[in-house]
Write a protein that binds this ligand. Sequence first.
Ligand code: C5P
Length: 408
Amino acid sequence: MLTGKRIILGITGSIAAYKAAEIVRRLRSLNAEVWVVMTRGGTEFITPLTLQTLSGHTVYTETFALQEGSKITHINLIKDADLFLIAPATANIIGKFAAGIGDDLLTTMALAARCPVIIAPAMDSDMYDNPILQNNIAQLKETGCRFIETEEGELASGLVGKGRLANIEVIISTVIDLLVVKKDMAGEVVLVTAGPTREYLDPVRFISNRSSGKMGYAIAASAKERGAEVILISGPTTLQKPAKSEGIELINVVTASEMREEALKNLKRATIVIMAAAVSDYRPVDISPGKIKKSGGNVSLDLTETPDILTEIGMDKGNRIVVGFAAETENLESNAMLKLKRKNLDIIVANDVLDPDAGFEVDTNVVTIIDKNNEVTPLPRMSKKEVSYRILDKIAKIANLKRTYSRA
Ligand code: C5P
């Protein structure tokens, strides 16, 4: 399953370091290539020789050890890695990483890593509960690091509490989740709407909004990657159209009523509906056939509500999973929850459009995913691609989709 994947395993000075041997063994049994990097503390708990034997590669412990001629090891190793997994990670290493300190090979590599980083902490429960450590974890999560929650249980200190290294199977499945494209959407037909709509007042002027379509396009691409048949109904955007070879069926529309017509027409085929479009809520009552002339003084526009496509779909959704978006500027969670109920949705994705890292035009988003069981999942700032994955994960969970993976 992990054939061709290059994983760097960082081992630090925790009693749980002995479990790293099993992590290496499990990763290698899935055909991953594993390189081990250890802090000096780590080598006190498990010998580099053990890990070298299990990984089949030299174990690195010193910052400036030169390998393969004059290339510096940490740059070499980390540049081609698919994943940097730190397990077990001590409070010390988490603190250094959060503070941007690189004073040995492992921390230097962590700072140089462009690949995803997964951190599995292990420490005494009092250390784990320390707000300084929790702040460091929160800060690293903000930058995109993934953490694997510690387990509760008996600790080496004799205390019982949180802080045990997560179960090895949990660590391995987190790695698989991140590195292997899931095919859990195979057999599903996903209908996605994206972008703004335009409501014309005359042949050259229209009412619209700042939506770029990036979120909806990312969802469509991710659903396709995960094996779904995808229908993408798009308002006018400047985004690159998905290539025919990508297998996404693109339907271009301009107005809310065209979007409604296409959505309802294609609804019969869909098993999952994700309405990411920023549909205009109002349109001019009359569209002037000619360009409206300047006549001096104020002009009033008579607007009428557009049809709420999502409400219509929600009312007649059958077994479909229906997902809506809520772009809010205040009371994000409560407004989104109300919308979820009112529109009979399974999931609502709420974002605060006043946050400069979230919402319109930008490549990142900061969203909270809320489901019909009132489970609220706030996500840190991440790329829209990553957000699309989290939304699909949530759908898969609610729909009870079988978790399958593509062959590596
Ligand atoms: O009620 P509000 O416009 O905030 O709801 C946002 C959600 O409803 C989005 O998922 C959007 O795509 C959808 N919507 C719709 N038809 C409209 C307005 C919004 O389907 N006319």
